[in-house]
Structure formats: structure tokens, C-alpha cells
Design a protein around this ligand. Sequence first.
Ligand SMILES: Cc1ncc(COP(=O)(O)O)c(C=O)c1O
Length: 369
Amino acid sequence: MLKFAQPQLDEDTIQAVAAVLRSNWIATGPNVTELERALSESFGARPTRVLTSATGAMEIALQVCGIGAGDEVITSAQTFFSAMNMIVKVGATPVFVDCDLHTRAIDLAQVEAAITPRTRAIMPTHFPGALGDLDALYALAKRHQLRVIEDAALVQGSYWKDLPVGGFGDIAVFSFHPNKNMTTIEGGAIVVASEDEAKLVDLLRFHGIKRLPDDTRDVAIAAGKFNMSDVSAVIGVHQLKQLPRFLAQRATLVERYFEKFPPVPGVVLPPQGVPRQSWNMFNVLIPYEQFGLTRQSFRAALQAQGVGTGMSYEACHLTTVGRGYGYTDGQFPNGERIARETVTLPLHAAMTLDDVDHVCAVVAQVLKR
Ligand SMILES: Cc1ncc(COP(=O)(O)O)c(C=O)c1O
């Protein structure tokens, strides 16, 4: 069975985990410090903290920006649920806009049109294969004095011009879930705009605790708990060293997908040929009805032949939470079409070119039936 996503953990990593477990220092410790140092280096020395997930990082990002009740945050209707959920969780209102059909990048004209006096931030999601126009995004944010919280969960290792995502801009969050470009089991990172903001993250990720000169503790902010364990962090340290190899293998596999994917009418493939993009997923849009299929039957047919698939993503504005803000079907045609037609084909660093050939052959066969 070929899984659509899978982590790659080598023997060195497993030994390193065992060493941390034997050390008895298994909660936040020296490996967290080392992972933060190494990640920060990869993001042009910007202030970086690791956390228990990208979702937690988004909640903290919104809190760092002082966003709460009465505020609006503009985000894409077509992304994972975390942005919407965390905007709601901090007491703000999610304002949805559509995205580009091919890059899935947030539609900046619609962002501009959605800005009100209550708008405080834009939360775009970056997708594999191509970023949106980040110069235009940041120019727009600057014109309207808005914060930007980039959901970079899927694009660790992607570049905008000469700079890595996370290596410039305002706030970026990354995910180290096992399906992502590197993993810490569960985990995430936040890159913030200043050292003062990083200090605020330190409070927000650990009970709001501040140490006083007499060694007692004050609670400066009523905060939650999002600190990463050293067991997870040591996995991250080892994964980060292997990330270039993982990304190179993913890029090679994607090249093969573009070469071998059957020429099916109506199919939309991901953006091809943009330099220095990382490839977390290979998402394809398929007009299932044209082939007498539904997405469910298509996925089941692939599954029956040993090909696992994923689905990224449903449309946020059409979830129960989204509809609760008055959104309805038909408002965001691109995001909704992606939600209806998207399927995520297997892509991870442990795959071979033969695996891609097999997936493409199975897809061709299923669509021919
Ligand atoms: C685009 C996107 N953002 C955020 C997340 C949330 O990441 P985490 O599981 O680390 O909270 C995911 C996870 O799938 C994602 O795909």
C-alpha cells in the first residue's frame, strides 16, 4: 500500500530519541534550543520558536498581534481549518475570500475589497509549487497597516525570489506534522517580527509564566501550554539536517508526475516550473462526473489498487463554523471547485520513480474504465 504521505525516520534519529529518553530530560530542554537555533539559521536568523503544532502557532501569532474580540482577519476560503478556527478561538471574525485556481494563493483583489476599519490581519496559506505574489501581498498589508500571518505549514523550503519563506516578512508558521516536509511527530514553528515578539511567544507558550528576581513565578498573561518536548525536538534536529535531501527527492518525484500523468481532459495539475519551490503535496483537480465517477469512487478504486490518496481541502466557509458567519455555496467558485475536485496523490521522500509510474498507470486505468 502506497500512502499519500509518510515520514522518513532513519536509524540515527531513532538512536537519538533513545538517548534523549535515557537522559531523563524529556520535556523542553537542550534539543528545543538547538532546533530553534538551526531553524532560525534557515530563516535568515529571524526570531524563531518551536511549538506543539502549527495550529497552536497560529493562535499564538494572533495573540502576539493583539487580535481578539471585535477584530476581523481575512483568510482564504480554501485552506486547512486551522486559520479559521484560531481566528474564531481568539474571539475575532474570519473574513473569507477566494483563491487562484492553480496556485491556490489568496486573491489579493478580493482581500483589498474585504478590508474594513476592523480588519487587523491577513492570513494567507502558501501551497506547494508556487507562491502567490508576496511583494504585492506585503505592499497591500503595508498600505492598510495590517499584520500578515503566513500559513507556511506546507512550504518549508520554498523560496520567494532569493529568500526562503519565513526568512522575510511579518509572521510565518510552519508545521512538523508527520505529513509535512519534516516532522517532530506533532509540532510547529513560529517566526516573528522582533525579539520582543519572540519573548511574548515564550510567555504565551508556557502558562504566561515570568520568573521574578526572588525565584518565584508571576503569571503575566493567562496563557496556555504549547512547549515542545525534547523528544520531539531531537527528531526535528535530525530531520532538518535531512530536509535538503527530502526536498530534492520530492522534487524529482514531482517532475516524474508531470512527465507521466495521463493527459486527461479537464484535469488541473499543480503549477509547474516555478524555481525553488518545495513539494509537500501533489494535488490534482479531476472532473469525476465526466468519467462516470465520484471522488469517493475514484479514491476507492485507487485504494483497491494499493494507492492511498488524501483530500486537501474542503472549503472553510462551507463548514458549520463558516456557515455560522453567513457564508453560503457559490460565493468562492475557485475554492469551492478545489474543494469538490481535489485529490492528493502519494508524495513523500521514501517513494521511488517506479511508485510514481505505478500511481500514474492506476489513475489512467481508473479514468479509462
Ligand atoms: C495548510 C495547513 N495549515 C496548518 C496545518 C496545521 O498543522 P498542525 O497539524 O501542525 O497544527 C495544516 C495541517 O495539515 C495544513 O495543511
